[in-house]
Ligand binder design. Structure first.
Ligand code: AMP
Ligand code: MG
Length: 316
């Protein structure tokens, strides 16, 4: 990972304060950022992404104290989780203070907050001196970007500035936990596992996956989210040209791609691999189903979503 370029950070911070859109690396994926306190700037995020107004954005801050200042309530569980996992890939959903405009939270009375563990993101947040609302820096429903080149390819001129801090490390989106209700709720699994969270605050419930496209308390719960353009499947189709992402063993006769056998390694290269394969215009991408254990839950979630509602290849 490269260390932040001072001139680039200064320019990006100036643009954020001026109401422009800046794409920047976090440890999960690249974000498309705007001043979270500026409703007009945040509206430009939705326009650039083609994202429906019903999908709330995560607000990024430089420190635990900065997060606390944006939450109307700060339960003990928030303090414990923030101390344990921040900076890091965990988003906490809490009752919001009025200073956060409703466009950021899709009209919800809650806000998703996190301190990212990436030196570029932290330098930008510190210098901009405002919280930064940022979803992934891609057109809505497309694969999240893990490099600056992915951002450029997906958003082109609709982003004012791209901070290029190299490839992201975690590789999939943050774990999202709601602490706004009577009991903690896992809204989106990620690389900080439910098991790791339970070690800190006790039992947490998993949100029911949605079956319909409407009514989504969390944008990550959209049916067809996180998907490549190429259909992704768990069973190798008998026709067409495709690639097989394997973990434990390759398949004879297939275009085999070896994936890391550990969850962290797999997540780190998953989107990069899918971006690459997408450009090969294959008929399908088949994946070996990862283990059904807590540390793989975030990966299994993204793969299942990607396979779920995309167009299916013809199978005879
Ligand atoms: P993205 O930025 O596209 O990776 O997705 C944003 C994620 O933030 C969603 O998956 C939601 O789970 C979460 N999120 C942000 N704000 C809220 C909120 N107020 N309530 C529930 N979930 C939220
Ligand atoms: Mg996204």
């Amino acid at each position: 990972m490269t260390s932040p370029n001072k001139a680039a950070i200064a320019e990006a911070a100036r643009l954020i304060r001026a109401g422009s859109l800046v794409a920047f690396p976090t440890e999960t994926v690249y974000g498309l950022g705007a001043n979270a306190l500026d409703a007009a700037a945040v509206a430009r995020i939705f326009a650039a992404k083609g994202r429906p107004a019903s999908s709330p954005l995560i607000v990024h801050v430089a420190s635990l104290e900065a997060a606390r200042a944006l939450a109307a309530e700060w339960p003990d569980a928030a303090e414990l989780l923030a101390r344990k996992f921040w900076p890091g890939p965990l988003t906490l959903v809490l009752a919001k203070k009025p200073v956060i405009p409703y466009i950021v939270t899709a009209d919800l009375a809650t806000v998703g907050l996190r301190v990212p563990a990436n030196p570029w993101a932290l330098a930008l947040l510190k210098q901009a001196q405002v919280p930064i609302a940022a979803p992934s820096a891609n057109r809505f429903m497309h694969l999240s970007p893990t490099t600056a080149a992915h951002v450029r390819a997906s958003l082109g001129d609709s982003v004012d500035y791209i901070l290029d801090g190299g490839a992201t490390q975690v590789g999939i989106e943050s774990t999202v936990v709601s602490l706004a209700g009577s009991r903690p709720l896992l809204l989106r699994p990620g690389m900080i596992s439910a098991a790791a969270i339970e070690q800190v605050i006790g039992k947490i419930e998993a949100a029911q996956p949605l079956t319909s496209a409407d009514a989504h308390p969390s944008p990550g719960m959209h049916a067809r989210h996180y998907s490549p353009q190429t259909p992704l499947v768990f069973q190798i189709p008998s026709q067409g040209r495709g690639a097989y992402l394997w973990i434990t063993r390759p398949l004879e006769g297939a275009h085999n791609i070896k994936m890391p056998a550990d969850a962290a390694g797999y997540a780190a290269v998953l989107y990069e691999t899918l971006h690459k394969l997408d450009s090969e215009k294959l008929d399908w991408i088949a994946v070996e189903r990862p283990p059904d254990s807590p540390e793989w839950a975030g990966i299994l979630d993204r793969l299942t979503r990607a396979s779920g509602a995309g167009p299916r290849p013809a199978v005879s």
